[in-house]
Design a protein around this ligand. Structure first.
Ligand code: TYD
Length: 211
């Protein structure tokens, strides 16, 4: 395979996707691919500064619209500075969260609707992931994992009702684009989850090679 690939990892907080992205990065490296592992919000120095503003638990007065625009601003820098150049160099970019997170969290759970899609079209210069893994775990299980791990940034402190809506937003996004999404049962132990991720990745690459 000699063209770049853009693969995103999506799911609720506590779905275990960050463990999985690291495992896939290692698998890519073992297969000899040039891999870039990155995350949102973040991935470049400017984007990480914006991340600190968004996730600061002190920023309780932040409007939903501000939040959505800051995620999009962080993403715009990430796309321009890292994602597009890496794909153009033929690398595989693995990104922990991307536009689908904004659609699920800001568009769906915060109720900001279609404007979120519009600002993200602008921010991303229209680029879309080739493949998106959705780590499917019910909101109660995910919430319990978060409480157990003691994570407490501004978004994670939201009530369970918010996280149920996030989950619903993801389910609808995955159903709307079955060609791009791979829905992975994330309630299993990490090794079993990774077997499913690896199989889907290897299949995608084999098919891309044929074309
Ligand atoms: P992070 O600590 O990276 O969480 P996780 O490990 O679960 O990915 O924090 C990112 C938080 O920001 C997470 O709660 C999801 C949220 N988020 C949005 O609401 N919209 C977005 O566009 C993105 C990228 C993240």
């Amino acid at each position: 395979m000699n063209r770049g690939l853009f693969i995103t990892f999506e799911g609720p907080d506590g779905s275990g996707k960050t463990t999985q992205i690291k495992m896939l990065a290692q698998h890519c490296a073992e297969r000899g691919f040039d891999v870039v592992l990155t995350r949102e919000p973040g991935g470049t120095p400017i984007s990480e500064k914006i991340r600190n503003i968004i996730l600061d638990p002190g920023n309780i007065e932040m409007a939903g619209t501000t939040e959505a625009l800051l995620y999009a601003a962080s993403r715009a820098q990430h796309v321009s500075q890292l994602i597009i150049p890496s794909i153009e160099q033929g690398r595989i970019v693995l990104c922990d969260r991307f536009v689908d997170s904004s659609i699920a969290y800001q568009g769906f759970a915060r109720g900001l609707g279609d404007g979120v899609r519009v600002i993200n079209e602008f921010a991303t210069l229209g680029i879309r992931p080739d493949l998106t893994f959705f780590f499917d775990v019910d909101p109660e299980t995910a919430h319990a994992r978060n409480v157990a791990s003691g994570k407490s940034d501004r978004l994670e402190l939201e009530a369970i009702e918010f996280h149920k809506k996030v989950y619903e937003g993801y389910k609808q996004a995955a159903e709307a684009e079955p060609g791009r999404f791979r829905v992975i049962d994330a309630s299993e132990p990490a090794e079993a989850v990774f077997r499913a991720v690896k199989a889907a990745f290897d299949k995608y690459v084999a098919e891309a090679d044929k074309n």
